[in-house]
Design a protein around this ligand. Structure first.
Ligand SMILES: Nc1ncnc2c1ncn2[C@@H]1O[C@H](COP(=O)(O)OP(=O)(O)OP(=O)(O)O)[C@@H](O)[C@H]1O
Length: 452
């Protein structure tokens, strides 16, 4: 025989032992129901809580009960609803919404854009690796890349690839619960759960998925409690062998104000970079978009040379490229003309002017030598001291990233060096920026000033 008061005392002792937040999350919701044949039964809002308590706190609770003179061998949990709640049910929110939402499938995650599929994703050198990794994750099997971390600049296709993974899974493995959402939606749900005191539901919701995809994770950097919760969610899922896919605008180690333990966890799977588009990829994307449009508007005629012109002149960002085409299509159908070079130049004058601003290797070399306070001639010249060699490799890396110049062309601008030297320099910096935060910060800073 055990009284409610004795149980409350045990709970209060647990409060002291586990701390306030764990107490609120896990112990407070336990409502004593019966003690029979050495089995203490409590009701809980969700079975998840029961399982969690069993795994993490059962021994401690049994020990405290023994100290209070109660012989308990094990704990058992039943899920309560409003009608069956025990006499001292706390102000716990009903569990129904989370339980019902638990098996929600892809459709109940954030809205997925229909057209963001693998079929509509054009693959080229700059995004081949990211595409292959995304495909592999969508296929499933043993979780080889966990997490898959996709990063790259604006409009390079991160969201498209994430939606493509989700679409693919929905089609081929409908039994999986796939949750896709942006990091700000994660934060919004977290803050709402806190405010409405529904943290249990929140935790249950996120820990019950098979695949978690969080887009633009840089958004939670600097938001302390959201980061913390994200970290726990991440660990719980990863430990349970669930697939996680994350995207951001830069590499894990380069996300400002993101705690180290989180960035190193994010970097613990496969980290893949979507590089700025090159001419071939831009042309391929343009051709594919025109084909898609023409399948519905066969009257559209695009003169020879227009797509090549656009692929040459418009920036890396695929969003800008798409926007240009959409404007051209609208304009052409309005005036009932074919899209030729003249119409293109008229219609896109502002976009073309804006993308005229190209970063040059000269500019990069100047900025880098200023930043490291060395002479331009030393940056380009033959001296091999580390204090020159490292900035030189950084300038090579930036030239590769921010211009469309080939390795031999870059080599020529660095005192006539061979393209293999440039390749070595670029690789070295690629390695260092993963491990050396000073270098990765320098790169980010230089990139920003150059892109202004
Ligand atoms: N390789 C590609 N093939 C076809 N379309 C692409 C490709 N890359 C990007 N796009 C298109 O470009 C647009 C921008 O892509 P997306 O939103 O995925 O970029 P993002 O990397 O998530 O950008 P941001 O960081 O700004 O959110 C989308 O309409 C997408 O369909």
């Amino acid at each position: 025989m055990m009284t409610q008061d004795e149980w409350i005392n045990v709970k209060q002792e647990m409060r002291g032992a586990v701390g306030e937040s764990k107490f609120t999350n896990w112990i407070e919701p336990l409502v004593f129901e019966t003690l029979r044949d050495g089995v203490l039964t409590c009701s809980v809002p969700t079975l998840f809580i029961g399982n969690y308590v069993n795994q993490n706190y059962a021994d401690q609770i049994v020990y405290l009960l023994a100290r209070a003179g109660q012989e308990v061998e094990r704990l058992s949990f039943v899920v309560r609803n409003d009608e069956t709640a025990g006499p001292q049910q706390q102000k716990q929110q009903p569990a129904a919404p989370a339980a019902a939402g638990a098996r929600r499938g892809v459709a109940e995650s954030a809205r997925l854009e229909e057209r963001y599929t693998f079929d509509t994703f054009v693959v080229g050198k700059p995004n081949a690796l990211a595409h292959a990794a995304a495909r592999r994750v969508a296929e499933g099997g043993p979780v080889a890349y966990n997490p898959l971390f996709l990063y790259g600049g604006n409009g390079l296709g991160k969201t498209h690839l994430m939606h493509a993974i989700a679409h693919d899974m929905r089609q081929n493995r409908p039994e999986l619960d796939v949750l896709y959402l942006s990091a700000d939606q994660f934060m919004y749900r977290f803050v709402t759960a806190l405010r409405e005191r529904k943290m249990m539901d929140f935790k249950h919701f996120f820990r019950s998925v098979d695949v978690l995809m969080v887009d633009d994770v840089q958004f939670i950097a600097g938001k302390d409690s959201t980061q913390e919760e994200f970290f726990h969610t991440f660990n719980a899922l990863a430990d349970a062998g669930k697939q996680i896919v994350i995207s951001a605008d830069c590499a894990p180690g380069e996300i400002r104000d993101l705690e180290n333990r989180i960035s190193s966890r994010l970097a613990s799977g496969l980290v893949v970079d979507l590089h700025p588009t090159d001419y071939e990829l831009r042309l391929g994307i343009l051709q594919s978009k025109v084909e898609q449009y023409r399948s519905q508007h066969p009257e559209l005629v695009v003169a020879d040379g227009v797509l090549e012109f656009l692929a040459h002149r418009i920036s890396n960002n695929v969003r800008v490229l798409e926007g240009s085409l959409t404007r051209l299509f609208a304009f052409a159908s309005l005036v009932g003309k074919e899209i030729n070079l003249e119409l293109t130049q008229d219609c896109l004058a502002d976009i073309l002017r804006a993308s005229d601003r190209k970063i040059t290797i000269d500019e990069i070399q100047r900025k880098v030598s200023e930043h490291y306070n060395i002479r331009l001639s030393d940056l380009i010249g033959p001296r091999r001291m580390r204090s020159y060699a490292r900035p030189r490799q950084i300038a090579m890396w930036l030239s590769k990233q921010l211009t469309n110049r080939s390795l031999p062309e870059i080599g020529k601008r660095f005192g006539g060096r061979d393209h293999t030297t440039i390749m070595h320099g670029v690789r070295k910096i690629d390695e260092l920026r993963q491990t050396d935060s000073a270098i990765s910060e320098d790169l980010e800073m230089l990139r920003r000033t150059l892109e202004q």
